[in-house]
Design a protein around this ligand. Structure first.
Ligand code: IMP
Length: 434
């Protein structure tokens, strides 16, 4: 039962879309398991560029069923807009299935997110303003609406009447607007009519595909360091991007996961607030941001940029039980004289090699670097590790040694072909091919 989880090992934006795209040919189903339209990925298919926030990138392939799992929070407006856009560009969206149990982002969730960030001022989280936190909050508080509720006006009324009074009180206290029950019921019922044919019990879809021996890809959004439990709380997102989230949010059991591919960039980026020990504030950082086009897909905000940090890498490999790694954007480091790799922190006068669970501790951490001589030449054209400049190989080997698992795919450019395949699919239960 081949199920592969693709998980970000940093703060998101690691290029997971390219990994999915690379594996797509052999996959029958792609399942998104958490997050919402706070994520964004750009998929290049031939000459066409598609920007997707919610729909799994598998939608571009006629043989793939794209599933939005129960762990995702769905903004129906975003989903409908995306489905319409894809249809208008000739993509068949009939194979997009949305879990009946996925929670709905309501307009008041978005308003609460925005008002709360404004209230927090200088200590804001720097959210994408899409209502992600308030929607997951309502899910935990049992005040949420699920996709299946959109199909029943009586249920909609009951759910909205239950949730709305508190939302309006809270919004008023934060200087936000207010919402009325009737227009919300109308809006939600219209979403239900539009999305009815896409709703499904996706857990059974996934289970049936696995039982048929089909290859299912479970695609995480964001990354391990933004995980609600494992990131530097409160500067995190409100879901579990880690591989465990694929079980709770995708409808599979832990023993059904065959392989976990961790995805990371050759440097790091972060969007939003929160501690970031290896952050660069100099020209080298600006150069990386520029060459790497490091701007948020959803908000357009410039991403913060820094050196690669092996401390959270070791943590991410452990908590995700990563079996192999895709290392992206190595080409962006060409032309940098000295490349720094953070191997430990100095924290309160001590050398620390473990990722601190406390955000406060992390904000006191000073990176301890190992320096590597860089390489001048562009590396877009290389297709084997052996052909890379020696200094590039040294750097990749050092990163791999910290990870403790093989880097099997290495990206040297945005195109699908600009990828070095080092060892193909070294499943946890099978030996590596090379
Ligand atoms: P939220 O997910 O919108 O609540 O934002 C919480 C934190 O996660 C903020 O720091 C965001 O910048 C960050 N975040 C959310 N989605 C992404 C993403 O897709 N890439 C990078 N950062 C993200």
């Amino acid at each position: 039962m081949p199920a592969t989880v693709i998980v970000g090992l940093q703060w998101g934006d690691e290029g997971k879309g390219k990994t999915t795209d690379f594996l797509a040919e052999q996959v029958a189903m792609v399942v998104r398991y958490q997050g919402g339209d706070n994520a964004g990925h750009t998929v290049v298919s031939g000459d066409e560029v598609f920007k997707l926030r919610l729909t799994p990138s598998g939608v571009l392939y006629p043989h793939i069923t794209s599933v939005i799992g129960n762990g995702v929070v769905v903004n129906p407006v975003t989903l409908i807009t995306e489905l319409d856009m894809l249809t208008s560009r000739g993509i068949d969206v009939s194979r997009v299935r949305v879990s009946r149990s996925a929670h709905v982002i309501m307009p008041y969730h978005v308003a609460l997110d925005v008002a709360n960030e404004a209230r927090l001022g200088g200590s804001k989280v720097g959210t994408t303003g899409r209502g992600i936190g308030p929607t997951y909050g309502d899910r935990a508080w049992r005040l949420g609406l699920r996709m299946e509720d959109l199909l029943d006006r009586a249920v909609l009324r009951e759910r909205i009447e239950r949730a709305l009074p508190d939302k309006n009180l809270l919004l008023a206290s934060m200087g936000g607007g207010s919402f009325e029950v009737e227009p919300l019921i109308e809006l939600a019922a219209a979403w239900g009519v539009r999305l009815r044919d896409h709703l499904d019990d996706t857990t059974w879809l996934v289970q049936a595909a696995l039982a048929r021996g089909e290859h299912v890809l479970l695609e995480g959004a964001q990354g391990t360091l933004l995980d609600l439990d494992h990131g530097s709380y409160p500067y995190v997102t409100s879901s579990n991007p880690v591989a465990g989230g694929a079980c709770t949010g995708g409808g599979i059991g832990p023993l059904q996961v065959d392989e976990v591919i961790g995805v990371m960039k050759a440097y790091s980026t972060r969007v939003g607030s929160g501690p970031y020990p290896t952050e660069l504030h100099d020209e080298i950082g600006a150069g990386i941001a520029d060459r790497g086009h490091e701007f948020g897909t959803v908000t357009g905000r410039p991403r913060r940029v820094g050196w690669f940090d092996a401390v959270p890498l070791r943590y991410a490999v452990a908590v995700n039980s990563v079996s192999s790694i895709m290392l992206n954007k190595l080409d962006i480091l060409s032309g940098i004289e000295t490349i720094r790799l953070c191997v430990a922190y100095e924290l309160d006068g001590r050398r620390v090699e473990t990722w601190p669970s406390s955000g406060a501790a992390l904000s006191r951490a000073t990176p301890i670097y190992e320096d590597f001589a860089g390489w001048e030449e562009p590396i877009h054209a290389f297709r084997s590790l052996g052909d890379l400049p020696e200094n590039a190989r040294r750097y990749v080997s050092a990163v791999e040694a910290h990870a403790g698992v093989p880097i099997v795919l290495l990206s040297v450019g945005p195109e699908r072909t600009q990828t070095i395949e080092r060892a193909w699919r070294p499943m946890r239960n099978r030996p590596a091919l090379a």
